[in-house]
Design a protein around this ligand. Structure first.
Ligand code: NAG
Ligand code: NAG
Length: 327
């Protein structure tokens, strides 16, 4: 007894069914994957600063190279790329040469031109603030709902799309648990600021011991002009925080855990500073380190990680070579 012969009626219907299916495919808006924050506009972002090496040329700007590797890993490398078409924004200041912007654009990055925070109330001796503080301009990018900022010396081992679903990447209501300094700007009613605990020694455990201090090389935020003005208002009170790492310490001050806008703790597995090969074996998704160097005695970069970086660099360059014709 084989299968029952197919009814001829069904055969006549098949072309109509196909047409209906095609119609639905073409004329129905693509529904977002059912995850509660997919309708939000998401982005990855980094900041590319001018090359300060003594002989700036096409080959000396290691941060430019590092940004290109990050772009490759976030957008193109099948092992780590976004599967939700999340764009990668590269914030550039007017002193970044146009060829660098063009190059990054050809490789898929979204160039966002930003001005320096050129305000005369930055006190003398704080010139380099103008550069690092540009990071705060992320808070002005109102066309995005959530941005994961990564320092240009971040290297991926796993995709990062899931970070936007982390509880610490969601909206927090501003608390009223502490008094407000009258000479600081007003706080927004709610905010998003999720990041990871700092790791201070290369001989750390994994997961690292949670600290009250975070590294500003990896954080999820939501643009907000009110938050931006609040941060700017802190520039007038530079005695309230240590200015060795101005933007990191300003953000740590603004988001102190016992105040009204405490920082949220992202799952430790998203990113680690001062990485060891063991952190990678244990599954960390990304690391923050200058993997193109040996580091120094306090912050060594193990050979194994340097090698992984070098191989990825070659892979990216081969990809670019093949890709440049069609981009
Ligand atoms: C900082 O102080 C100066 C002088 O008192 C004032 O003009 C400026 O508006 C203040 N800036 C902010 C962002 O509060
Ligand atoms: C953090 O992420 C790791 C790896 O994905 C997971 O095993 C762990 O349960 C997470 N921790 C929390 C508190 O969600």
């Amino acid at each position: 007894m084989g299968p029952p012969p197919r009814s001829p009626k069904v055969i006549y219907l098949l072309p109509f069914i196909a047409i209906i299916l095609l119609y639905l495919r073409w004329f129905t808006p693509q529904l977002p994957i059912t995850q509660n924050n997919t309708e939000l506009k998401l982005a990855y972002a980094t900041l590319l600063l001018p090359d300060t090496s003594s002989d700036p040329s096409r080959s000396t700007d290691i941060y430019f190279l590092s940004t290109r590797i990050l772009n490759y890993q976030l957008l193109h490398d099948p092992r780590t790329r976004t599967t939700r078409a999340i764009p990668f924004l590269v914030l550039v200041t007017p002193d970044i040469p146009p060829w660098k912007c063009e190059h990054l654009k050809r490789e898929g990055a979204t160039i966002v031109r930003v001005g320096k925070l050129d305000v005369d109330w930055i006190q003398p001796g704080h010139e380099r603030w103008r550069d690092v503080m540009i990071k705060l301009r992320l808070f002005e990018l109102l066309s995005y709902d959530r941005i994961l900022f990564l320092d240009a010396d971040t290297f991926l081992f796993k995709p990062l799309d899931g970070v936007f679903a982390d509880p610490a990447a969601q909206i927090q209501q501003t608390l009223q648990q502490a008094s407000i300094e009258p000479d600081e700007g007003p706080l927004p009613a709610s905010y998003v600021f999720g990041t990871s605990s700092e790791v201070t020694t290369a001989s750390h455990s994994y997961p690292p011991v949670p600290m009250g201090y975070f590294n500003a090389g990896f954080f999820v935020m939501s643009p907000s002009l009110q938050l931006f003005s609040y941060y700017l208002s802190l520039f007038n009170h530079t005695t309230r925080f240590d200015t060795t790492y101005p933007e990191q310490n300003l953000l740590n001050y603004a988001h102190r855990e016992d105040r009204n806008m405490p920082w949220g703790r992202l799952n430790f597995s998203w990113n680690i500073n001062l990485p060891l090969p063991r952190d990678v074996e244990m599954g960390v998704a990304s690391v923050h380190a200058k993997l193109w160097t040996k580091g120094n005695e306090l912050k060594p970069v193990e050979q194994e990680l340097q090698d992984i970086w070098r191989v990825k660099r070659e892979e990216m360059e081969i990809w670019t070579g093949f890709g440049s014709g069609r981009m």
